[in-house]
Design a protein around this ligand. Structure first.
Ligand SMILES: Nc1ncnc2c1ncn2[C@@H]1O[C@H](COP(=O)(O)OP(=O)(O)OP(=O)(O)O)[C@@H](O)[C@H]1O
Ligand SMILES: [Mg+2]
Length: 268
């Protein structure tokens, strides 16, 4: 097991390099609330990187910045060694409160980002129809979100993210609201999608077990203002099956991350 401090310089150019990122917001009392305080982390090409951190530490804020929806106050964000410009974010984002549009069918929800990218409606529908079976949704193209189970809705939201054909996926607690059985099935599903499409993934979760099971590396954030408190390389063989979760190595990773999180005091 390799555990190190906050990420150092990677040997090869990382796919995503976040360096000394700073961000604050104006609080309700008019004061300045620092949220990210010199955050440094990276993700290699095709790597699945999880971010664990106390509630309110700034995880969604971080993803919003990487997605280009918000601007950092300082620091740098580079993809493949190039600093990101304003319209230049090669990412597909599944936000924490991702909602399928209730008045659109599954197919219409999934094609929407392609249509926003300027893809012709017909081509977008063809692409979505081709991918629906891989997401177990082929019989639900015309179904409306309220008729789907929680797992199906998350698969539809994930497909809407994957279909954008971006090299980076940002997933903010995608399985947070699911029961443990569905969640476990979705973890398997994500691993199969990831090995098929080989995107670089930044994955936010509160679930230590999920982070260990899915990830190549896990970053633990401090409470707000967030810095990287710990970086852990998860050196477990792939492909992973549930058998790995009962190994002593797995338990040790869980214990290391739990200790690191427990050391983080609750945010003010
Ligand atoms: N637009 C905003 N204006 C003011 N404050 C904000 C804004 N967005 C986030 N914050 C504050 O920044 C802090 C971090 O919020 P963020 O949503 O990034 O936390 P988080 O780590 O994702 O939390 P959780 O685990 O609960 O999802 C919080 O204190 C939040 O109130
Ligand atoms: Mg959040």
């Amino acid at each position: 097991m390799v555990t190190t401090g906050p990420s150092g310089v990677a040997s090869a150019t990382p796919h995503i390099a976040i360096t000394d990122l700073r961000k604050g917001f104006r609080g309700r009392d008019g004061g300045w609330v620092p949220v990210l305080d010199g955050l440094t982390l990276d993700a290699r090409d095709g790597e699945l990187v999880s971010i664990l951190g106390p509630s309110g530490s700034g995880k969604s804020t971080l993803l919003n910045i990487v997605a280009g929806l918000d601007k950092a106050d300082g620091g740098t964000l580079a993809v493949e060694g190039r600093p990101l410009g304003a319209e230049d974010h090669p990412v597909a984002y599944m936000p924490q409160k991702d909602m399928l549009f209730p008045w659109r069918s599954v197919l219409e929800n999934v094609t929407m980002p392609l249509e926003l990218q300027g893809v012709a409606k017909r081509a977008a529908r063809a692409r979505a129809t081709e991918l629906l079976p891989q997401f177990g949704l082929e019989s639900f193209a015309d179904a409306y979100p309220f008729t789907l189970s929680g797992g199906m809705r998350q698969r539809a939201a994930l497909l809407r993210t994957v279909i954008q054909d971006r090299s980076i996926l940002l997933l903010d607690e995608p399985f947070g609201a699911l029961d443990s059985l569905t969640r476990s099935a979705m973890q398997e599903f994500l691993l199969s999608i990831w090995s098929r499409f080989r995107r670089t993934i930044l994955f936010i979760t509160h679930d230590i077990r999920e982070a260990v099971y899915l990830s190549d590396r896990v970053f633990v954030l401090s409470p707000r203002p967030a810095r990287v408190a710990l970086e852990v390389e998860i050196d477990l063989p792939r492909p992973r099956t549930l058998d790995v979760t009962v190994t002593p190595e797995f338990a040790q990773y869980e214990a290391t991350l739990l200790r690191a999180l427990a050391h983080q005091a609750a945010p003010a």
